[in-house]
Design a protein around this ligand. Structure first.
Ligand code: KG4
Ligand code: ZN
Length: 342
């Protein structure tokens, strides 16, 4: 197949990102996080996010093209996240991509953000279909069997909150900075995971469904009991609560991954392959637990580098590239979709 060079644009949550991907090479991947803008509000404020995307996108794209050393003339298409996500942000990206497509004549390709995450192991490791995927981020948590760029079978997932959201909530409760995942992981390093016995929701139920909302309540109660006793949290309390929380999440993800892998391997015994993506896949305890599981089950394990696990535009460019290879593209009627299941 002919070499393809794609510009990717991502703005569905709180990262403004642009990237240039040529086949499986990431020539540039620029990400402007908005964490500081939302810090004082304790969560992502959609209007602030949309405005910041609109302000930063042009610059982000220029930088990605410059780093990649390409101009629009070198590109084959423009791929943009068209959903799911915060609608104002998705619209900013889609409008920008439409403008560029109209001005340059380059094909426009709308990409599902979740497909971007789910195809990342193909970009980074040239993983062939089919494979089992655990997509685990701030907004999502699901097991998918990926059989093609637009063929995903969901075999289980969270019935309420996503683990990343629980990490973020836990950080807020403990007075640790956002985004919560990295700060809880850091605090957990010096903590005692045994000190607070937290629930492992649905662990003993059959199937691959998960639940994390009860865990958020449990960590709230555990914190309140320490605060009631001592009047506040010491850094050791923060570390122990973080470690106990991370252990509960990790136990659930690993046990449910074992079940999902059993189900997948029963269907695809000749192709043992398991990949993870999404922001929580950046967590070392989660990665190491899943790696050990795959060693035990003699399954290939793909964990993309951290910068391609969290939100980025290289995954969007690559998912666009697969759509283009399949002969698919959109036109200027492409719409932004707040909800868009795979
Ligand atoms: O995929 P992502 O960048 O955005 C979407 O949600 O689509 O994921 C962000 C989420 C946040 O909730 C963040 O706290 C979590 O991923 N996260 C982590 C880690 N790094 C990011 N969670 C646990 N451990 C980490 N090291
Ligand atoms: Zn994401």
């Amino acid at each position: 197949t002919r070499s393809l060079t794609i510009l990717g644009i991502e703005s569905s949550c709180d990262d403004t990102a642009a990237a240039v991907v040529r086949d499986c090479d990431v020539l540039a991947s620029v990400v402007y996080g908005q964490t500081a803008l939302h810090a004082e509000f304790g969560g992502v404020v959609p209007e602030i996010a949309a405005r910041a995307h609109a302000e930063k996108l042009d610059h982000c794209i220029e930088e990605a093209l410059a780093v990649a050393g390409v101009t629009f003339a070198d590109l084959d298409a423009i791929a943009v996240t068209a959903g799911p996500g915060l609608i104002g942000g998705v619209l900013s990206g889609v409008m920008c991509a439409k403008g560029l497509s109209a001005a340059t004549g380059l094909p426009l390709i709308g990409v599902n953000h979740l497909a971007g995450h789910a195809l990342t192991p193909r970009l980074t490791d040239q993983l062939t279909y089919p494979y089992l995927m655990l997509l685990v981020s701030g907004g999502h948590c699901q097991f998918l069997i990926a059989a093609g760029h637009d063929s995903f079978q969901r075999i289980g997932g969270t019935i309420d909150d996503a683990p990343g959201e629980a990490f973020d909530k836990t950080a807020r409760l403990l007075g640790l900075p956002q985004p919560g995942g990295p700060s809880v992981e850091k605090a957990a390093k010096t903590g005692d995971a045994q000190r607070f016995p937290l629930p492992r929701p649905l662990l003993n139920q059959p199937g691959c469904d998960m639940s994390f909302s009860g865990l958020k309540t449990a960590i709230l109660r555990a914190r309140d009991s320490v605060v009631a006793e001592k009047g506040g949290l010491t850094s050791q309390d923060q570390a122990d609560l973080s470690a106990s929380f991370q252990a509960a999440i990790t136990d659930v993800l690993i046990e449910k991954s074992r079940r999902a892998l059993d189900a997948y391997l029963a269907l695809n015994p000749e192709k043992p392959a398991f990949a993870i993506a999404g922001g929580v896949a950046a967590n070392t305890a989660v990665r190491e637990g899943l790696m050990a599981l795959c060693v035990e089950l003699e399954t290939d394990f793909v964990a993309p580098p951290l910068r391609l696990c969290t939100d980025n535009a290289a995954m969007i460019a690559y998912a666009g590239l697969e759509r283009m290879q399949a002969g698919e593209q959109d036109d200027l009627t492409l719409s932004a979709r707040p909800r868009w299941p795979l």
